[in-house]
Structure formats: C-alpha cells, structure tokens
Design a protein around this ligand. Structure first.
Ligand SMILES: Nc1nc2c(ncn2[C@@H]2O[C@H](COP(=O)(O)OP(=O)(O)OP(=O)(O)O)[C@@H](O)[C@H]2O)c(=O)[nH]1
Ligand SMILES: [Mg+2]
Length: 356
C-alpha cells in the first residue's frame, strides 16, 4: 500500500514523514524547492505474524508494508493550478490513498494563525479543479471527434461518464463521493482522477493545541476522515529511548505511535484486511481489500497463481491458535478447500493450488 503525504508548504509533511518512517529528512521553515519526493517504507506491525513465525520457524518472515511518499508543498495559489506539476503528479497518481497534512500551529515564517478547516477545503478544491481540467479537456476531444463523424460505443459510455463527473466536480464535490457504474468506472480509470482517491486529513497540531482540537476535528469529519498528530513531538520521540518515549507519550495522552495510529486508520479507511501464507520457507502477510475473492488474493502473491487458480486450501488464524496445530485443525474439519468465488476473510491462512 502506498500513501502520499500532500499539503501546503510548511504544514509539516516532512516532519510527519520523519515521525512515521524514523528517517531524518531535513526540516526547514523555508521552502527548499526540492522537487524530489522522499520515500519511506514501514512495517505493518501484526502480532499474528510474530506468532506464526514462532510456530513455523521459517527462513524468512515478511510483514505487510506501507510506503509513504512525502511530496513538496503546494503553494495554495489558485492561479497556478499546476500544483502537482510534472513528475510529482505521476507519483501522486500511483498512491492508493492520500494523507492531507493540515497546519495547526502558527506558521514559523509568517506567524500566521492556523486555519485548518479553510486549508483542508482549499486543497480539496485544488484537487477537484485539477480533475475538472482533465475531464473537460477530454470532453472537448470527444466533441471534436464526433464533429468529424467518429463515434463508437466505448466513446458514448466514456462521454456519459465524463459528463456525470464534470457535473459532480463543478458543484465542488470530489469524485470519491460519486458513484459510477462498473462500466463507467472502467471507461475513466485511465485518467486516474486524483479526487477519486481515498483521502484522510492529518491535523498536525503543536504540543499546546494537541488534544484540545475536538471542535476542529468534528468540523473536519463532516467532510473528511480526520486524525490528529503532533508531528514535531512525535518526530522527536524517535530520538528517545523507548522507555522515555513511552513516558512522554503518556504525558501527551498518546497511546500508540504515529506509525501504528496511521496504519490502523488507513486500513480502516481503505477497508484493508490481511491474509497469510505459512511454511518453513516463509511466513508472510498480504494485504487485500475486504470483499476480495480467492483469485484476487492469489493474484497478490503472483499473477500465475491467479491465472492458473485451482483451489485455495484454507484455515483461519483464530482456529490455529485455538487448536494449536494444523493436524488438529484437519481433525476438527476446519481445514477447507475453497473455490474461486470464496471471499477471503481477515486472518485466513491460504495455500493456493494452481497449474499454469
Ligand atoms: N510548532 C510546530 N511546528 C511544526 C510542527 N510540524 C512542523 N513544524 C514546523 O513547520 C515547518 C515546516 O515543517 P516541514 O515538515 O518541513 O513542512 P513541509 O510541509 O514538509 O514543508 P514543505 O516541504 O516546504 O512543503 C518547520 O519549521 C517545522 O519545525 C508541529 O507539529 N508543531
Ligand atoms: Mg517537506
């Protein structure tokens, strides 16, 4: 899973990136104009994998991972709608979800008071406008093709979908709140509209404001999924010994690390679940979307497994813990053979039978 951190300049994206990844990317209160985004991969803590690894004693243990991409800040200048210009845009489009970082502290350069709700709304508008430009350009092309007498069934569907999309965007709504039919969705998938991506808002509060922003969070939650971090504080925890860090966190009323909180939040937002593969070679967690079937799960491991799918041998992590070993699971009739249409459950342990 890839999450892109976006937001205005000085909203604390890099600070939060450091807090999440344990990296030490330079933090500046002036824009560095550094266009290259920072990349960091973090492990998704899952005690089930730890337990499975103890049971199977494999050569390799692989946790699921989240990749964070820290982009350069947007200027918030409506006239220049090239916010995600060039290569950065290409990268933003590869993200599975966006985390929009909003400043909730005085601007270190100008001293300006934070205006978190306005900031979130104005960036949402930028995303909407950038999609609108793409959709309208494409509609113009379709219109001119039609003028030249070109017309096919696919184009008709695409045009209808794009009209629906532009109407929605024109009312200042992001595409993630628009329902498209499977056909329409397919027709416009290639545009990778940015406001269609799942979005979470990270309210980045300074130490004084942290924990007393319920009213702001409530307001944000009218339109967004929102979570509060104290970026600076949480970044500095990385430099402390664990015991000391825990004490500091308790003082702030933080129960889990920024990394664990954002992991849980994004799994919930994106509807992600995990299944496992086990063996003496490797114990591994795989991330899929809730509702995915056995073939889709197999495809996560390797496209060959999806293509040549025969059956999934399956039992659940919960049953394994309850009964202690695979043998007892079989004896109790809890070892199942599932077909292509089987909807994989969180905590399923799968072995895919396939032939290509
Ligand atoms: N008080 C306070 N200041 C913060 C916090 N997070 C970031 N800052 C300050 O805000 C400034 C910018 O932080 P960065 O993390 O570089 O912000 P950014 O969003 O990555 O900025 P750009 O990459 O230029 O867009 C620095 O001076 C930070 O010290 C915070 O939680 N509290
Ligand atoms: Mg930055």
């Amino acid at each position: 899973m890839k999450i892109g951190l976006i937001g205005l300049q000085n909203s604390g994206k890099t600070t939060i990136f450091n807090a999440l990844t344990g990296q030490n990317v330079e933090i500046t209160s002036y824009s560095t104009q550094k266009v290259e985004p920072n990349l960091g991969i973090v492990k998704v803590e899952d005690e089930r994998i730890t337990t499975l690894s103890t049971m199977y004693n494999p050569k390799k243990t692989m946790y699921a991972t989240i990749e964070y991409i820290d982009f350069v800040g947007l200027t918030g200048n409506k006239e220049s709608s090239d916010a995600f210009g060039g290569s950065a845009m290409g990268l933003v489009k590869t993200a599975d979800a966006l985390a929009l970082v909003i400043r909730n502290y005085e601007d270190p350069m100008s001293g300006d008071e934070p205006m978190p709700i306005q900031e979130a709304d104005s960036i949402e508008s930028e995303l909407i406008i950038s999609d609108l430009i793409i959709a309208e350009k494409r509609l113009e092309k379709i219109a001119s093709a039609k003028d030249r007498g070109i017309k096919d069934a696919d184009m008709v569907i695409e045009e209808k979908a794009l009209e629906k999309i532009t109407a929605h965007l024109n009312e200042d709504n992001p595409l993630r709140t628009l329902e498209l039919t499977v056909e329409e969705e397919k027709a416009v998938r290639g545009f990778q509209f940015i406001s269609q991506k799942p979005l979470m808002v990270i309210l980045n509060s300074d130490e004084d404001r942290f924990g007393s922003s319920d009213d702001i969070l409530q307001k944000l939650e009218e339109n967004y999924k929102a979570i509060e971090f104290s970026g600076n504080f949480e970044m500095e925890l990385n430099n402390l010994e664990e015991e000391e860090a825990t004490e500091f966190m308790q003082d702030m009323g933080i129960t889990k690390s920024a990394r664990d909180r954002l992991t849980a939040f994004s799994y919930e937002l994106l509807g992600f679940i995990s299944f496992f593969t086990v063996g003496t070679d490797e114990v591994r967690a795989w991330t899929i979307t809730c509702g995915d079937d056995a073939v889709e799960a197999a495809g996560k491991i390797h496209s060959d497994l999806a293509r040549g799918f025969i059956r999934a041998e399956c039992f659940s992590y919960g049953d394994l813990i309850k009964h202690g070993d695979e043998k007892t699971i079989r004896e109790n009739g809890l070892f199942r053979l599932e077909g292509k249409k089987y909807i994989v459950q969180d905590g399923d342990i799968l072995n895919i039978r396939f032939s290509v």
